[in-house]
Design a protein around this ligand. Structure first.
Ligand code: GLY
Length: 256
């Protein structure tokens, strides 16, 4: 069960962040509305929020998930792979240390974004991406092993449609993995109960199990229907403005 989440209000320069998609500029009033609804949804799931002020030094800093990997055994601060985001870890450090006074860290030349890390029970999938390099993955695997977890590496660098590993997969508990079609044949997923997401709904693959609910982006009826068929009551959230900046549901919070 998660009890807490850390979120950061988007800054007025959110549209100056990094993006690889061409969906137009985010509308700031809608960004704030969607973020507020997201925060309310986390509270509906029973989480107590630590809400950080907007930080205009870092336009992408609302995507707090990239700054840390938090497990039941402790927190690991990351070293984000994009130069413009490297300072985000120092900025969020006090908020993480309020819960985890002692943290591990990914150190240069290792780089790692939290969006590339998918926890699946006692196993972690680590994505190699244009943000997370081999050295970052190696350091994380060692930290996780020290905590008693196993891990395996998935190279998503050839997949041009996703930024991070978790843009394409989500573990929702009970051995079930939501997976975009392009990644469904990945041999590391053998033995998992795969919930296939069609190409037309691939953005929906970044959903988030939070206690007994699953947060799902709006506009993906097949996936939402499948989750309902499995007994979940999905919390459907409009993510249009975050999608424009390569962001997804998981990126917007650190949950623990
Ligand atoms: N805009 C999110 C990222 O590129 O990290």
């Amino acid at each position: 069960m998660f009890k807490n989440a850390i979120v950061r209000i988007p800054g007025s320069n959110f549209d100056a962040g990094l993006t690889t998609v061409s969906l137009g500029a985010p509308q700031f009033d809608q960004v704030l509305q969607q973020h507020a609804r997201y925060c309310a949804a986390l509270e509906e799931c029973g989480l107590a929020l630590t809400t950080l002020e907007a930080d205009l030094r870092f336009p992408d800093s609302t995507f707090v998930e990239d700054t840390a990997v938090i497990t039941a055994e402790g927190a690991i601060l990351t070293n984000p792979g994009a130069a413009s985001r490297a300072g985000e870890v120092e900025a969020i450090r006090p908020a993480i240390h309020a819960f985890f006074p002692w943290t591990l860290a990914i150190k240069a030349p290792g780089t790692l974004d939290g969006g590339d890390i998918c926890e699946a029970g006692d196993h972690f999938f680590i994505g190699l991406s244009h943000r997370t390099n081999e050295e970052g993955a190696r350091q994380l695997a060692a930290h996780l092993a020290g905590m008693g977890y196993t891990s395996s590496i998935i190279d998503v660098r050839p997949m041009t449609s996703i930024l991070h590993l978790k843009s394409g997969i989500s573990y929702i508990g009970d051995n079930a993995l939501v997976v975009m079609e392009e990644m469904a044949a990945c041999e590391q997923f053998r033995g998992l109960d795969l919930i296939h997401v069609s190409e037309a709904e691939s953005y929906g693959a970044n959903c988030v199990r939070v206690n007994d609910r699953v947060l799902v982006a709006a506009g993906f009826p097949e996936l939402t229907g499948e989750l309902r068929a499995r007994g979940f009551e999905p919390l459907v959230l409009d993510m249009s403005e975050f999608q424009k900046m390569d962001g997804g549901l998981s990126c917007l919070s650190l949950r623990f």
